[in-house]
Design a protein around this ligand. Structure first.
Ligand SMILES: NC(=O)c1ccc[n+]([C@@H]2O[C@H](COP(=O)([O-])OP(=O)(O)OC[C@H]3O[C@@H](n4cnc5c(N)ncnc54)[C@H](O)[C@@H]3O)[C@@H](O)[C@H]2O)c1
Ligand SMILES: O=P(O)(O)OC[C@H](O)CO
Length: 335
């Protein structure tokens, strides 16, 4: 049981690496945090050992994290952080009967079956809740270890929501920055995962750091075009949830998306690279739906198109050659 302290109670839905790391960051000052785990026996194991050996074995967890396998009890929290993979957000929310006023989306992706952004998924399930997005450059193992990080906390409920939830989320080493641009924050996190696959391919093919940074920069142009087309603000995408997360994820094998691309670049088949993965490389699920939405809106995203070709089984050297052979054009932002 979470005892009443007068502070809003916090729950985290999803005990993968990121949900576990967020729970640990939030519990780092001794506050109580509820953590819902899907897998049979995982909640009991977390409570008994204060570790999550399935998804974040590196982290020692606070005893004030109370894990549960009962999704219904999460509805009693005042603030819920939703941290399932994007493709499971809708089904998880549908399994809950009640929703608190504040829902904070921490997943990075687009629902492939419907093309809905996560805020639409959450709004459809819980129309009475205020939706926020927490996103930024945050590898789970570093956050769980208590290393400093900063994130965008975009509040659909505006400054009133920020005033409610930011004191409950900010910690000495977890620093949120306010935004009211929920769509911009979402686009940053969803698109960077696809671009990280492309950067991993460049690494796997041994094409060098110049090529990687060209790809990050031109990828950022695609992210901006797409975000602006969906109504996001460039200033949001210039921030932690856009450029900040793009640079992190495109530069490290700590990223599952980058590692997936690296395997493709080293010659592994797409089927092989995606098989038997307990952990999620969101970019692989988001790439096709992102391409479809971009095409429908007339937004050019050649790197995203190239990632889709790779995931469809085309050879990495062929796809790179095709990207480099595109007609020359002006560098500025254009559709
Ligand atoms: N790992 C990170 O460093 C990190 C950082 C920031 C954001 N994220 C984002 O957080 C989200 C979750 O990623 P993660 O790294 O915590 O996951 P993970 O790869 O560590 O674990 C997979 C998760 O998927 C869940 N899952 C599998 N099938 C499910 C189902 N049918 N219904 C509900 N849940 C199911 C598992 O229970 C587990 O929580 C992703 O959108 C990811 O992009 C991850
Ligand atoms: O491991 P990835 O590629 O899912 O990236 C993790 C985080 O999103 C980095 O901010």
């Amino acid at each position: 049981m979470i005892e009443s302290t007068g502070e809003p109670s916090i729950g985290v839905v999803g005990a993968g690496a990121w949900g576990t790391a967020l729970a640990q960051a939030l519990a780092s000052d001794g506050r109580a945090v509820k953590l819902w785990a899907l897998e049979d026996g995982l909640a009991e194991a977390i409570n008994a050992t204060h570790r999550n050996d399935l998804y974040l074995p590196s982290a020692a967890l606070s005893e004030t994290i109370e894990a549960t396998g009962e999704l219904s009890v999460m509805s009693n929290c005042d603030i819920l952080l939703l941290v399932t993979p994007a493709q499971h957000m809708g089904s998880t929310l549908e399994r809950m009967n009640n929703y608190p006023r504040d829902l904070v989306l921490c997943s990075k992706g687009i629902e492939a079956s419907s093309g809905r952004m996560m805020q639409e998924v959450a709004h459809d399930a819980a129309p009475g809740s205020d939706i926020a997005v927490l996103s930024g450059p945050t590898f789970a193992h570093e956050v769980a270890a208590g290393l400093p990080c900063a994130v965008t906390l975009a509040c659909g409920g505006g400054e009133a929501q920020w005033d409610r939830i930011s004191p409950a989320i900010a910690r000495q080493n977890l620093r949120p920055y306010y935004s009211d641009d929920v769509i911009g924050a979402e686009v940053g996190g969803a698109v960077k995962n696809v671009l990280a696959i492309a950067c991993g391919v460049v690494d796997g093919l041994g094409l060098g750091q110049n090529a990687r940074n060209a790809l990050i920069t031109r990828g950022f142009a695609e992210m901006l075009r797409f975000g602006v087309a969906l109504g996001g603000k460039p200033e949001t995408l210039n921030g932690l949830c856009g450029l900040g997360d793009l640079v992190l994820t495109c530069s490290s094998t700590s990223s599952r998306n980058f590692s997936l691309g690296k395997a493709l670049g080293e010659g592994m088949s797409a089927d092989g690279a995606l098989a038997d993965k307990r952990t999620v490389a969101e970019g692989a699920h988001t790439a096709p739906v992102l391409r479809d939405i971009a095409r429908a809106r007339g937004v050019q995203m050649p790197i995203v198109e190239a990632v889709n070709h790779l995931l469809e089984g085309r050879s990495a050297p062929d796809v790179v050659a095709e990207l480099l052979a595109r007609p020359l054009k002006a560098e500025g932002l254009s559709r």
